[in-house]
Design a protein around this ligand. Structure first.
Ligand code: 13P
Length: 284
């Protein structure tokens, strides 16, 4: 199958009352872990690359890998830019073959965020690419984007309504208490806020920073209208723990396949668990 848009997957998820998992992609092992999990779970899936991921792997490799995966897969696959911060970056991804882009203007003033996202949606929609935007500021570290705890800012429901109306994104990432990276304490999600946003905004909502959020909170978020959930950190943890275990138990190992193979399996297990938790298993 060809790559599908994130909007298409999220709209279907909104109707079905579940969320689609979006997993950050930096290399072939992560890609294979995610795709194999999606196939085995019969789940739609979103592959995404951050600016840091594109810098690391190269945009052509990311697009080529995702295309091969989508063409071979029997489940729907989308390729999304994660936290793009400029018009130029979004255009480059669209031209190279991404089926979706996220433009993160959350560090800008409200009016500038509206202008940036609107500029991207005008072009993206003309060529059938969907757009995710962010309002409020999600705390923590996602590759090269760092938001200190004191600068994190919850999404205001009224502002969200105005933002969506004027900037015209297909999906909106909301700040309701999650953060990117490893949590220090247990995250507390503001479900009243999510409910209020949902009441004022009709497009699908996205939860970032979902690694480490308790399962119950994730289930509740899905019930209240979250239709896309981003996971990066838990894949990193699974990957690095597996590599560490292999090398500690067999310090003489030099074969990359024997070092990375178990890491790929460990990530696949995480992805499958998340797909069941998000309710997207069996929805392909
Ligand atoms: P985590 O790293 O907390 O899983 O968040 C991922 C994310 O939101 C990517 O945009």
């Amino acid at each position: 199958m060809a790559l599908v848009t994130v909007a298409e997957l999220a709209q279907r998820a909104a109707q079905g009352g579940y969320a689609v998992g979006a997993f950050n992609l930096n290399n072939m092992e992560i890609l294979q872990a995610v795709i194999e999990a999606a196939e085995e779970e019969r789940s739609p899936v979103i592959l995404q690359a951050s600016q840091g991921g594109l810098k690391y792997a190269g945009i052509d490799y990311i697009v080529a890998m995702a295309r091969v995966a989508a063409e071979r897969a029997s489940v729907p696959v989308a390729l999304n830019l994660d936290h793009g911060t400029s018009f130029e970056q979004a255009m480059q991804c669209i031209r190279k073959g991404f089926s979706a882009v996220m433009v993160d203007g959350s560090m800008l003033e409200f009016e500038d965020n509206v202008a940036l996202v609107r500029r991207v949606t005008d072009v993206a929609h003309a060529v059938g690419v969907s757009v995710e935007a962010e309002l409020g500021k999600i705390g923590g570290t996602e590759d090269d984007i760092v938001v200190a705890e004191k600068d994190a800012m919850m999404t205001d429901p009224d502002e969200a309504a105005e933002f969506v109306e004027r900037a015209k994104p297909d999906l909106l990432a909301v700040a309701i208490g999650t953060a990117h990276g490893v949590y220090k304490g247990e995250p507390r999600l503001d479900f009243d806020r999510l409910l209020a946003i949902k009441g004022k905004v009709s497009i699908p909502l996205v939860l970032h920073g979902a690694s480490g959020v308790p399962d119950d909170a994730i289930r509740r978020a899905c019930k209240l209208g979250i239709t896309k959930i981003n996971i990066d950190t838990e894949l990193r943890v699974a990957f690095s723990s597996a590599v560490r275990d292999t090398l500690v138990s067999n310090p003489k190992e030099i074969d990359p396949r024997k070092i990375l193979g178990p890491a790929r399996e460990a990530m696949k297990r995480v992805v499958k668990e998340k797909m069941r938790l998000f309710g997207c298993s069996g929805k392909a």
